[in-house]
Design a protein around this ligand. Structure first.
Ligand SMILES: NC(=O)c1ccc[n+]([C@@H]2O[C@H](COP(=O)([O-])OP(=O)(O)OC[C@H]3O[C@@H](n4cnc5c(N)ncnc54)[C@H](O)[C@@H]3O)[C@@H](O)[C@H]2O)c1
Length: 263
């Protein structure tokens, strides 16, 4: 018996096999779920290639989350394929280069808004667009966060967008609870992915994580994050909504480094 037996889930954000969403997809299949992935534009080929490396190859539907027509089409494709949806993972983030990397004071409004739209508002857009498929039996929405309660080096307007994502999680939990839809996010420690490569100075964030995290931290292992996402997509978490679960080795709870070395 798998944790997700019989579940039909949408997983966004699989780009490469290093994507956090790829490991989530692998774990969800291992736990019995049937999946659809999404990708868009030039990334479609890369996502299809990654999909073939999963235990079962799921279909890849097109979704640029900033295009309302794509969300409508995705709704229709899922409605004709499954009729309903048990939940989805939002693993989507983007910030223009001038919104990241230490340019905080000079970032133009348009770049800050692009980061917000793609990385935060999109959680609301996708949740509302797919709500009709989850209304009858309830559902679970999960997104991926990087702790936004503090300011970080280089993270800049992506950090501001993550603060919005956390708030949107709570407001969606408020408004979708009546439909039996739960909304939670996983605040992950740093992991080496394409998105991480797009954060100049990512190493400043990643270096030393293991020195503060009491459990240590491996930036190459998205497994602990993926398993927590699977739990939040499952019925085992049916009493949890509006929650931010930290899967960061315990970093967020410490006030100072614990060791003098560690990655
Ligand atoms: N890597 C980390 O250290 C880390 C830590 C905490 C949270 N996260 C979050 O995890 C999520 C997944 O990122 P990742 O690190 O696996 O990197 P990734 O580059 O593998 O995934 C990012 C995904 O966002 C998608 N995307 C970007 N713009 C989009 C759009 N307009 N429409 C649809 N999809 C779009 C990309 O296609 C890609 O699949 C992001 O929200 C990221 O902020 C990452």
């Amino acid at each position: 018996m798998g944790l997700l037996d019989g579940k039909r889930l949408l997983i966004t954000g699989v780009l490469t096999p290093q994507s956090i969403a790829f490991e989530v997809a692998r774990v969800c299949q291992e736990q019995g779920a049937e999946l659809v992935l999404t990708s868009f534009g030039k990334a479609m080929g890369l996502t299809e290639k990654s999909a073939r490396r999963l235990p079962q190859t799921p279909p890849v539907f097109e979704l640029d989350v900033n295009q309302p027509s794509h969300i409508e089409r995705l709704h229709d494709e899922l409605a004709s394929r499954w009729g309903s949806l048990d939940g989805f993972l939002h693993a989507i983030a983007f910030a223009p280069p001038d919104a990241l990397g230490g340019n905080f004071l000079d970032t133009p409004f348009e770049s800050a808004v692009t980061a917000f739209q793609t990385s935060a508002y999109s959680l609301k857009a996708l949740s509302v667009g797919l709500l009709p498929l989850m209304k009858a039996d309830g559902g679970a929405v999960v997104s991926l966060d990087f702790d936004a309660t503090v300011a970080w080096p280089v993270y800049d307007w992506m950090g501001v967008s993550k603060a919005a994502l956390e708030a949107i999680t709570r407001y969606l939990a408020r408004d979708l609870g009546a439909h039996g839809v739960r909304v939670n996010c996983v605040s992950a420690g740093p992991l080496r992915t394409m998105a991480a490569k797009g954060v100049p100075g990512f190493d400043i964030l990643a270096d030393g994580w293991g020195r503060r995290a009491p459990l240590g931290w491996d930036i190459h292992d998205p497994g602990p994050v993926a398993r927590t996402v699977a739990f939040l997509l499952s019925d085992w978490s049916r009493g949890i909504t509006g929650e931010i679960v930290h899967v960061d080795g315990g970093y967020h709870a410490m006030g100072a480094d614990l060791h003098t070395s560690g990655g």
